[in-house]
Design a protein around this ligand. Sequence first.
Ligand code: ZN
Ligand code: ZN
Length: 405
Amino acid sequence: MKKKLDLLQPATVLICLWLGLFACQVPTQEESVPKKWYKGNLHTHSYWSDGDEFPEVIMDWYKSHGYHFLALSDHNILAEGDMWVKIREDSIYQKAFDRYLKTYGEDWVVHEMDSGQIKVKLKTIEEYQPLFQEKERFLVLPSEEITDLYEGKHVHLNATNIQEKIEPQGGESIAVTMQNNIDAVWAQRERTGVPMIVHVNHPNFLDAIRLEDMLHLKGERFFEVYNGHNRVQNQGGIYGLSTEAMWDLINISYVKEGKPLLLGLATDDAHNYHQIGNQWSNAGRGWVQVRADSLTPASLIAALEAGDFYASTGVRLDHLKLEDNVLEVGVAAEEGVNYTFSFIACVRGADKVEVVSTVEGEVASLELKEDWIFARCKITSSKLQENPIEGILYEMAWTQPVQFQ
Ligand SMILES: [Zn+2]
Ligand SMILES: [Zn+2]
């Protein structure tokens, strides 16, 4: 496999051209590299903003728990430049600092005493990335949670793989504030030529963002159908709509406006690494599984934009395919666990979705109909999620909406 891959290296291609052999034996990437599934979390916090742990410790947690990529998305900051944190006096934070120092050593950890408190210099992404990044095993993505406010309401959007910090753009309404920040990410993408994505975070957090604010966004392809923070009200806030219900209603509007479908992410939004429970925002609750050519930002983003991924809070899929307008989904079943597949679709002209089929088992399929504007599958397991929030008790997965072709 490696030899085949090497044939695609630019130097080899150049030599081939020089020898007049380009037409010979250069396999296409599709032939030589089967796509793989990569697990990742696109929303997490660290000491760089209001998370309570060092980036290295967080990276180590995700890597050692089977994740392939991680974005530390701190509020309005990229992990660059000088930044010092004071360690809180609480014994849990003191002990965590001791462990950090013991693990990484005096040569790595820059710290000093300041008025009786320990002060530590945070490592930049440039410093910590090489410690964890490994080809095809683990990727560290630069990220920022653009944290904006409109009349006291929180408007948060994550920008993944950005190269320069983006200041919150503001705007004359919630919708305009969102749009201005989305536009800023796209402007950076166009200017730098680097693939990057923006996604809408936890709309129901403090009941800030209403459905109407998201119906007419432009250039917004991703949305957190599940966020593992304990205060985000995935199941609905004062306006009553769950994020999943919002997702479908946004897509009904998107289709009417001729826009590509909005795709659903699950993320952790972890802040608390020392206290565990449903009143804390902990790591490990929500993630995406992305089917990509390789573990690089460009491949992952291309796969995400193609909708070749699913969101999960525990259910792992064994296969997921759309062929001849048949959507087939199979779980990697665990012993003693039952799975329910709910297929959800929206008929052209309708103003809401309906559950068009429910199947129990390990595999299920759905033949798409021409008059459906989209259909998707939600899988619910009978297995209790470890450390759940909001009474969302069972492990789940959401595939992306697809359309009849
Ligand atoms: Zn947020
Ligand atoms: Zn966050």
